[in-house]
Design a protein around this ligand. Structure first.
Ligand code: AMP
Ligand code: MG
Length: 423
């Protein structure tokens, strides 16, 4: 099948200028329809899931005014002076409130978190007092209202605790627990089918004949999906024939997304784009980045399709730059803007204008002047360049060679992937 017979809204064309990465990312993310199904889970199971409905506070947090210090509570109007003396009439402990009313000239011993009794509006730290028998001497009185946490100061009944679309982090689990949200509604995990293509690929638990390689991309993709909380559906390694690919597409079509590696170039054994044109739709297949120029995007059945290039670094870079934000949206979340900083490069970098480059690099924050160093070997087949790196040096499409010491844009890999949903 020839290139011109491929079906597409955008008519992929070998001579067309490749699409800019930002444009490709925007189109991809905008085209994603988040998974709609939801499920209720017990709060501990909600970690790293996406909230499907807002959680509304059913209680005030804290539920009552309470002390933020171990000390003594009293009415400021009744005893504001230094060396004022107050009668200690009882105590309020966390979980054991003082039952009575505290009048002028009186105080109660109070512990952190204990309910502030009626009549008390101020707590003085224990360290600023001294005891004389049953009398408290205020050596240095607290400011009126000091050391009291008001009811509902953190959350009031009816407040939205977290909006729908929130990715639930450990702190969110604690906030949700603070309003007694024992169960929450979360978005079903997306089911993401993936397979690699190539007649040279072998499973990792057997020997290699000459010319064969281990199917490393599939394991890398599985790990990426795992770390994003997706349900990966591993369809194995598929041979370089249109028939085998068509069969794999059919098996993948009932998932929410499909990711493949390899077979998207213009080689004689690259059939992914052809088969995608028959089985689904193609949106585009060339993006102006290095590594990773050939890339197919489209649909298969109800699933979004991402055909990534086979060179392992290209697979990883295109996954991070284009697939990951799409999967975050698919999962009902908000893709975070990439974290970017500016650091001096310790070495000169060669670059021809044209494509946006993602050099694998290592950041160094150990000295007073942070810097970044590109990994020596930048070949798109050298996966160790990813595994030894913690950041990309991002060189814009129009930039040329960069001298040592120049400031460059750096994008850490371990950037937050999940942004905050809007209230
Ligand atoms: P392709 O994109 O199919 O032209 O493959 C480009 C390069 O990536 C070739 O050297 C392939 O052998 C290699 N490659 C393709 N798929 C994989 C894979 N699953 N694991 C490791 N390397 C691969
Ligand atoms: Mg191939």
């Amino acid at each position: 099948m020839s290139v011109t017979s491929r079906q597409s809204d955008f008519r992929p064309d070998d001579n067309a200028a490749p699409m800019a990465l930002a444009e490709a990312r925007r189109r991809i993310v905008d085209s994603i329809r988040p998974v709609q199904e939801t499920e209720r889970v017990a709060l501990p199971q909600a970690l790293h899931r996406v909230l499907a409905e807002p959680v509304v506070a059913g209680v005030d947090v804290p539920s009552a005014a309470n002390s933020s210090m171990d000390g003594f509570g009293y009415a400021a109007a009744g005893a504001p002076q230094a060396d004022a003396r107050l009668a200690i009439i009882g105590q309020s402990l966390a979980g054991h409130p003082f039952e009575g009313h505290v009048g002028p000239g009186e105080c109660v011993r109070i512990t952190t978190g204990a309910v502030v009794p009626p009549g008390v509006d101020t707590v003085v730290m224990q360290e600023n007092t001294r005891l004389e028998h049953d009398t408290l001497v205020l050596e240095s009185p607290a400011a009126p209202g000091a050391n009291i946490r008001l009811a509902g100061e953190d959350l009031s009944r009816g407040d939205i605790v977290l909006p729908a679309g929130s990715f639930i982090r450990p702190a969110d689990i604690a906030v949700l627990a603070s309003v007694g949200a024992a169960e929450v509604s979360v978005v079903r995990r997306p089911r993401v089918a993936f397979f690699s293509t190539g007649d040279e690929l072998r499973p990792i638990d057997g020997p290699l004949a000459p010319g064969e390689i281990y199917d490393s991309n599939r394991y890398g993709l599985a790990a990426q999906l795992d770390s994003l909380g997706m349900t990966g559906v591993d369809l194995g390694a598929v041979g370089d024939t249109p028939e085998a690919l068509a069969d794999a597409f059919d098996r993948a079509a009932d998932c929410d997304a499909v990711i493949t590696s390899g077979g998207v170039s213009v080689g004689s054994a690259d059939f992914v784009v052809d088969v995608l044109g028959e089985k689904g739709t193609i949106d585009f297949w060339r993006v102006a980045i290095k590594p990773g120029k050939p890339l197919a995007f489209g649909t298969v059945g109800g699933a979004r399709f991402f055909g990534l290039p086979g060179n392992p670094v290209s697979t990883a870079v295109t996954f991070i730059q284009l697939v990951r934000p799409a999967l975050v949206r698919l999962a009902g979340g908000v893709p975070a803007a990439p974290t970017r900083l500016t650091l001096p490069t310790t070495t000169a970098l060669t670059k021809r204008p044209g494509r946006e480059h993602f050099l694998r690099a290592r950041m160094d924050f150990t000295s007073a002047s942070p810097r970044v160093t590109a990994i020596d070997h930048q070949g798109s087949g050298v996966m160790r360049s990813m595994s030894r790196a913690d950041a990309f040096i991002v060189l814009s499409a129009d930039s040329a060679d960069v001298p040592a010491g120049a400031l460059v844009t750096v994008e850490p890999f371990a950037q937050p992937v999940w942004g905050f949903a809007a209230f």
